[in-house]
Each structure stands twice: as C-alpha cells, then as structure tokens.
Design a protein around this ligand. Sequence first.
Ligand SMILES: [Fe+2]
Ligand SMILES: [Fe+2]
Length: 248
Amino acid sequence: MVHSSAFWEQHFRQNLTVQRVDWSMAPAITTEEKERILYSLKAWQLGETSDGRHLLAAAGRYASRIGDPRYVAAVQQFIREEQKHGANLGRYIDLIGAQRARADWGDTLFRKVRYFNRSMELWTISVIIVESAAQVFYQALHDATRCPLLKQVCTDILIDEAHHIKFQNERMWMIFQRKRFYNKAVSLLLYSFLLFCTIHAIWYGHRRALKAGGVDRPEFMRAMYYKFFSTVKFLHRRESTPELALAQ
Ligand SMILES: [Fe+2]
Ligand SMILES: [Fe+2]
C-alpha cells in the first residue's frame, strides 16, 4: 500500500499530539552507562535538530514538478517530528546535567552533504539509510541503560522512525517506478555505495554505545543490510492504488 501525501501529513499531525514520555520521572542513568553512551546520545541529539531547510527546498521543487503540493506539507510535518526527537533528547541531556553538543564530525559531514544535495531521490535514500541506522542505534541505547525515562524517550523515537521509513520508502518507490531498467540498475549501485559508506561511518563513530546495547559490528552490519534489502524489495513491488494516483 502506497499512501498519499495528504495521508502522511495527517498521520504526522496526529502523531505529534501523542505524548509517550512521562517527564515527571527523574532520570536514573548510572555513571558507567553515561560513560558508554553520552557521546553518541549528544551526537544524535544534534543530528535530530536540523531545521530541514534544504530538504524542504528539494521537496518543494520535486512536488511542483510532479504536481503533488501536499507532499511539501507532509515533509514539513515529518521535520517537526524529527525536531521533537531532538527536543526530547536535549531535555534528557539537560536533566542529567550534561552539556549539549554544539558540533560533531558526523553531523558536520551530513550537513555538508545535505547542503549540496538538491535531488529528492538522493535525499530520500539517504534519509532511509540514516533512519534505518537510527532504529538500530535507539534500540541499542534503550538496551544500554536501565533508566526508565531514557528508555521511554528511545521507545517514542523508535515508534516514530518505523513510520518515517515507511513514508520515505513509499516516496522512493514512486521515484524508482519512473526510471527505466538500466537507470534502476545504476541507481541500485549508487544506493549500495551510499549504504556501505554510511554504515561504516556510523559504526566507527558510535560503536561504543552500540556495543553497550549489545550490538557488535557483525550484528550492526547484518541489521543494516537486512533493512536496506527490505527497502530494495519494497522498490520492486508491482502496485498501483487509487491513493497513489492522488499522490501523483
Ligand atoms: Fe529522528
Ligand atoms: Fe526519522
């Protein structure tokens, strides 16, 4: 099932009204846990706080080209949800008396890539790869602590990310369908290269926190390839629905 932009806009609007984190709880992270995960927690918090300007610009150009103005509104709501993740993680960092990160090499690199990226296709596949890594990371963070508040923050993000990947996979499907056979083959090579680079950068940057959550390198790579091939499989679905017609 491929949903329309209006569906996704409504979904994100509604989801933002659901409060899944009980902020009346005090954080209960141990010094040991902090040592293992704080660096990555801060780095991902920073990564979740982007204003989404470049993504919105790319979405605007793409939406007017295909005649789907509601897509911009859906992306706007999607960005708000990412900012909610940044706000929640930031609030947690403040509560445990740590300093929020102002810069991180991974974030700087990703921001530079985003700055030069004007293609909706590249945006979408990059977001899918990073969000797949986010699923593995936040699950590891959840498992690396006994703090109920941090666990709740992670679970809330994990629920949202599952929908983000669906939203982006569907858009990727629409983009992919319009390609000819050899274009598809070349694109798949490019996506695989992007996956390979990204997963190595994320593993080397965040291996300590991932290991603390029980994810070693083979498991991280396995999970990432599994998610990537699920996306590739989704891209090869033969489907056309009335809702899709609406979206295009
Ligand atoms: Fe997020
Ligand atoms: Fe996300």
